[in-house]
Every structure is written in C-alpha cells, then in structure tokens.
Design a protein around this ligand. Structure first.
Ligand code: URA
Length: 218
C-alpha cells in the first residue's frame, strides 16, 4: 500500500479506537472523544490542551473561539491551515457544570499522561516534521514532562526521540488578556513563534540546517 494510504487508514483505525477510550474518567461526562484532524502527511502538527465546549459538541478540534484566533495567527504567520494536523493533548472535554454552563477545567498531569497514548500514536502515524505545542498542557503531552513556557517558547527543540518541537502559548491565553495593547503585543509574539515554524519548514525543504547545526537539527 502507498505510505499515504497506510497513514490514512492508520488514522481512521485510531479514531475508532479513541472513540472507546476509558483510560481516565473524562469520557464519563464528555459528549464524545475529539480526535485529531488534518492530512495524514501533514508536515506540521499543532497540539492544543483539550476540546472546549464547541469542540465537544462537534467532535472536531479548534472550532470555537480559540480555534478562530489560531486560524488567524496561522494565516498571519504564512502557514496554510488546511495542511496542518490539529489535535489535543487530552481528547475529552473536562468541565465543571454550573447550571446550564459547562466551565472549562484544566486537565491534570494524570489525565495528560494517560492521553499521551493517543497523541504518541498520532505522531507516529503522521510523522510531522515539527510538532507545535500550544501551552503547558500540550507541552507536557508532547514532551512527557512539565516545562515553563516562557523559558522554552519560540525555538525548535528536540524531544527524547529526536522529534522537533516548538512550544508557544495557547490561543485561549491571548483571549483572556484584558488590555487591547497587551493582547495585541502577545498576539504578535505568538505569530512570531509560528513564523519560526514556517521558516524552519522552508529550511528543511532546502535541506539547510536549523540554527546553523550541521545535521539540520538543533
Ligand atoms: N482549546 C484547545 O486546546 N483545543 C481545542 O480543540 C479547542 C480549544
């Protein structure tokens, strides 16, 4: 079979397996699992935290307000959204019910680590050139350990398996910033982090090293 067909059927099988996930208790209250979405041969994989209310209802990642901001930033960075595989570190919505509202709750380390089982399989199938981790939960899901975002953001790093990873903030963080100037400044920094990916992909295409290292990795 052609490698792309193999990857596509691999993702389909993975989606079906994820639908029955009970690796932690989050499946008990979520509407459905939200698997990753995008081309099986994507060169970029974006990893978010967990589905939000809109994503939980629709079964698709990043289709709510944070997703709209992410789409804008991707375009402003010169990247093509439809060529990116988008997924989450945790695949079920975690929330607290307050009357009719479902308020987002941050996944804990146990839930993130249990869900790495799925994220690792998505990465193994898609084999992206660069994984972009959006925020602390995503960074833990991708690297398997906690990091301080401000210390590591915006650079192409290498994970334990030699994969290239770029860590940046989560778009929801930008949405929460109150001041217009501060929010605009944070948005520009976010786009700049994504531009690092765009430039790195171009260098990889030209078989040029990233950051000057001879083997093309840092
Ligand atoms: N936030 C995330 O981290 N992921 C989504 O899919 C939506 C919002």
């Amino acid at each position: 079979m052609h490698p792309l067909s193999t990857a596509m059927s691999g993702l389909q099988a993975l989606k079906e397996a994820e639908a029955g996930c009970s690796r932690c208790s989050l499946y008990l209250h979520a509407t459905q699992v939200v698997p990753g979405e995008g081309p099986a041969d994507a060169r970029l994989m974006f990893v978010g935290e967990q589905p939000g209310d809109a994503e939980d209802m629709r079964g698709l990642p990043f289709v709510g307000p944070a997703g709209r901001l992410l789409d804008r930033a991707i375009a402003d960075a010169g990247l093509d959204r439809i060529r990116i595989f988008v997924t989450n570190a945790v695949k079920h919505f975690k929330f607290a019910q307050r009357g009719k509202r479902r308020l987002h709750k941050r996944p804990d380390a146990y839930e993130i680590d249990r869900c790495r089982w799925w994220l690792d399989q998505e990465r193994a199938i898609v084999e992206p050139a660069i994984v972009v981790a959006l925020g602390a939960t995503a960074a833990r899901g991708v690297l398997g350990r906690s990091v301080t975002i401000s210390k590591v953001r915006g650079e192409i790093l290498e994970d334990n398996d030699g994969g290239r990873v770029l860590i940046t903030v989560h778009p929801s963080y930008l949405l929460r910033i109150q001041g217009d100037d501060e929010r605009e400044e944070a948005y520009r920094s976010f786009v700049q982090d994504l531009r690092v990916c765009a430039e790195a992909l171009e260098r990889l295409d030209r078989q040029q090293p990233l950051n000057g290292a001879p083997d093309g990795k840092r």
